[in-house]
Every structure is written in structure tokens, then in C-alpha cells.
Design a protein around this ligand. Structure first.
Ligand code: GRF
Length: 207
């Protein structure tokens, strides 16, 4: 049984998709044991509470230094000892010590087809603003392993989504979430939970 910790910062719709997938059997051999947010007002924490899942806020604002925050996050993760960490809309830079300790055991959902519209400054609505400003006709979402870079780890799954006439960033974000994020994040977790994802030469193989 894969023990999962989900890190969130906002509404938690990706967390909800994961929890629903565990409930309806789309995800097998896994369970979400902990939800951690940097934002005490994140509705994602409410979603965890409603389902009786352990949840807590560890905010950088509560610590005198970024290093003390990093230490507190690492200690909390060691306490719940997840097999897999899922970043689901988590907006805080992951400390290098956490990345090292969870190499190939931490994944992220990004709302574009990496390597397009990713990296520093591309998060949330800013991704979709960039897509519309560039005028691309297809966007989508990517699930990838987290490494030392920003959105640079080995790609696990991607799904394309059409950009339509009249799209606003909000309309496009919603379509990418509904048609891509909420599908491929649970699918990636199920593949990992059932031992079907390997990494060879920095690229993933799905068996
Ligand atoms: C959304 O912009 C989503 O595309 C990205 O994180 C943000 C918050 O998602 N992955 P959520 O509703 O908190 O899961």
C-alpha cells in the first residue's frame, strides 16, 4: 500500500481528484495519509478534514528563517514517512534537502505541456496567460518527477487540451484541470502505486 502525502496551497481540486480516484478504485494500492499546506486558508485543508485525513499547515511565515521552515517541513515529512509525495498546486519552493531525500518519490502536476510554459514565474493562471499570449492552439498538463530544477524532472504523463476561440485564462485553466490534470494525476499515482513506472537515463518507462 503506497502511503501518500499531498502538498497543497489552494483550492485542492487536484487533491479532490486523487481522493475520489482512491474511493472509486481508479487508484489502487495507495492511500492519502497526510495533507500539508503552506497556506492556513487553503480550501484543500477543508477537503482533507471532511474526509478525516490528517492535515496541517506549515507556513514559512511562522518561522524566523527559511532554513527553519525547511527543517520543520522535513521533520514533518519524516514523521509521516510517505512513500510518495504529491505536489498538487503547492506554490512553495521545495527545499533541496527534501528533494534529495525523496528523489524519484515526489511528483508534481503542472498545467502545461512541459517544456512549454514552465519554469520560474509559470504557475497557476500565469501559465494560461502565457499560452493565450503566444497564441498556441494546443496546451495541456504534465505529471513529472521533481528534481533540483523547476518543472525539469522526468515526465511521467501528459495530456493535450485544445485552446478555443474566446478562451480567457480562467476558462482555459478550468478546461485544462477538467480534461487533463484531474485525469493524469490520479493515473500517474496508480501507475506508481502498482510498480509500473521506471526511470532509465532520466526518462520514464511505463510498463
Ligand atoms: C491550478 O492552477 C492547477 O492548474 C495547478 O495548481 C493550481 C491549483 O490547483 N496544478 P488546485 O485546485 O489547488 O489543485
Amino acid at each position: 500500500m503506497l502511503k501518500i502525502a499531498v502538498l497543497v496551497s489552494g483550492g485542492g481540486t487536484n487533491l479532490e481528484a486523487i481522493l475520489e480516484a482512491v474511493d472509486n478504485g481508479t487508484i489502487t494500492n495507495a492511500r492519502v495519509e497526510t495533507v500539508i499546506s503552506n497556506n492556513p486558508n487553503a480550501y484543500a485543508l477543508e477537503r482533507a478534514a471532511k474526509r478525516g485525513i490528517a492535515h496541517l499547515c506549515i507556513s514559512p511565515k511562522d518561522f524566523f528563517s527559511r532554513d527553519l521552515f525547511h527543517q520543520a517541513l522535513l521533520e514533518q515529512l519524516r514523521a509521516c514517512a510517505p512513500d510518495l509525495i504529491v505536489l498538487a498546486g503547492y506554490l512553495v519552493v521545495i527545499p533541496p534537502e527534501v528533494i534529495a531525500e525523496y528523489k524519484n518519490r515526489m511528483i508534481n502536476i503542472h498545467p502545461s505541456l512541459i517544456p512549454a510554459f514552465c519554469g520560474k514565474g509559470y504557475y497557476g493562471l500565469k501559465v494560461h496567460e502565457g499560452v493565450l499570449a503566444r497564441g498556441v492552439k494546443v496546451t495541456g498538463a504534465t505529471v513529472h518527477f521533481v528534481d533540483e530544477g523547476t518543472d525539469t524532472g522526468p515526465i511521467i504523463l501528459q495530456r493535450a487540451v485544445a485552446v478555443e476561440e474566446g478562451d480567457t485564462p480562467e476558462i482555459l485553466q478550468r478546461r485544462v484541470m477538467e480534461q487533463a490534470e484531474w485525469k493524469i494525476l490520479p493515473e500517474a499515482i496508480d501507475l506508481i502505486a502498482n510498480g509500473r513506472v521506471r526511470i532509465e537515463n532520466g526518462r520514464t518507462r511505463i510498463g
